[in-house]
Design a protein around this ligand. Structure first.
Ligand SMILES: CC(C)(COP(=O)(O)OP(=O)(O)OC[C@H]1O[C@@H](n2cnc3c(N)ncnc32)[C@H](O)[C@@H]1OP(=O)(O)O)[C@@H](O)C(=O)NCCC(=O)NCCS
Length: 326
């Protein structure tokens, strides 16, 4: 059985922060950020734009687009590393209430920037049980809340957003064909937030305030990202007997234009087949792939029948790919 994407959409906070805006607060420049990452701006959520609010807005859009009654949704899978509450409740339960999907089961998954790709495969497995017919997979992040705005090596890289898809049984051969989900736990501390969990609880006193925010070994993550982009795409193409010509689009996690270009080059893949919108939104972690798909659809680039490969990579370290016939 194949599962298909009935609708895709996204929520983007209105507040746009350009590199120039950022350079007024942090010791950085538009030139440095663009030349090292390809990023030109990011959208930053307000206090009212909570993680669950953004996720619910994206979900409402896909329900409206696919003319789906929220009561018909069986399951909500929300991927995020920036939930409303650190332990409980899950943000997916809050989303369930906000969208009125009373009959849906709801849970969060945490696979960072690979989270949307993981969510698609989890949804496929659940749908194959025959018990769930309509599943919302949402990737949403409020990265601005875990960024150290004094650390120029991380704060320039990320943005906030939410993206969602509604999945249902395909009825034909289109839809999600194959997925690869992987992790390299030995790299766990290359991108992490030290304090706030049960290992280093935060109860109002802390030696180093930086421990409350994301810290990253940028070079290690860069090398990992290029390597796994190449390996996932190669493996997905080999497993599904696809040549470069067979693939219409690669939709990579939108972390850094240099990572994406380096991977395309190593694979001898035409760069034009790698969709990129990170210049406007920066790295929105689990939201980046559904946000990219939404923009592709709006620009008329996404057509039924196209062969699409998605690749996610990020903290964990996790990496993953989906092969979808749209
Ligand atoms: C973060 C990243 C862009 C840094 O690029 P880099 O070429 O490795 O740069 P370096 O970290 O070596 O820093 C080079 C210099 O730029 C400086 N620098 C770092 N961030 C800066 C910024 N925002 N503005 C200006 N200068 C900056 C550094 O302090 C360093 O200065 P120094 O040479 O005087 O010490 C790059 O490593 C990267 O993209 N890594 C992957 C990050 C990522 O995508 N993470 C999420 C994965 S999902």
């Amino acid at each position: 059985m194949k599962i298909k994407v009935e609708a895709v959409d996204a929520y983007i906070p209105k507040n746009r922060v350009s590199n120039q805006d950022l350079a007024k607060k942090v010791d950085t420049s538009d030139e440095w950020i663009r030349s090292h990452t390809g990023i030109g701006a990011r959208h930053i959520a307000s206090e009212e734009e909570t993680l669950s609010y953004m996720a619910a807005e994206a979900a409402k859009k896909v329900l409206a687009k696919s003319d789906t009654d929220p009561l018909d949704v069986d399951m909500i899978i929300l991927s995020t590393i920036t939930p409303d509450y650190s332990s409980t409740p899950s943000s997916s339960c809050i989303v369930q209430d906000l969208i009125g999907a009373k009959n849906a089961a709801a849970f969060d998954i945490k696979a960072a920037c690979s989270g949307f790709v993981y969510g698609m495969e989890i949804a496929r497995g659940l749908m194959m049980t025959g018990q769930y017919k309509k599943i919302l997979v949402i990737g949403a992040e409020k990265m601005s809340s875990v960024l150290n705005w004094e650390d120029r090596s991380t704060c320039v890289l990320f943005g906030d957003a939410a993206g969602a898809v509604l999945l249902s049984p395909s009825g034909d051969e289109s839809g999600l064909q194959d997925s690869i989900l992987r992790a390299e736990g030995q790299g766990a501390l290359a991108l992490y937030q030290k304090a706030g969990g049960t290992r280093n609880p935060f109860h109002g006193e802390i030696e180093d305030k930086a421990d409350l925010y994301l810290t990253m070994d940028g070079r290690a993550v860069y090398n990992f990202a290029v390597r796994v982009n190449v390996s996932i795409l190669k493996e997905l193409m080999e497993r599904n007997r696809l040549s470069i010509d067979d693939v219409d689009w690669v939709v990579p996690h939108q972390a850094n234009a240099r990572i994406i270009s380096a991977a395309a080059k190593r694979l001898n893949f035409p760069q034009e087949k790698f969709f990129m919108n990170l210049e406007e939104y920066a790295n929105t972690s689990a939201a980046s792939i559904p946000l990219a798909l939404t923009q592709m659809e709006r620009e008329g680039k996404l057509k039924r029948g196209q062969r699409i490969l998605t690749v996610g990579f990020g903290a964990g370290l996790t990496y993953a790919g989906n092969y979808i016939i749209w």
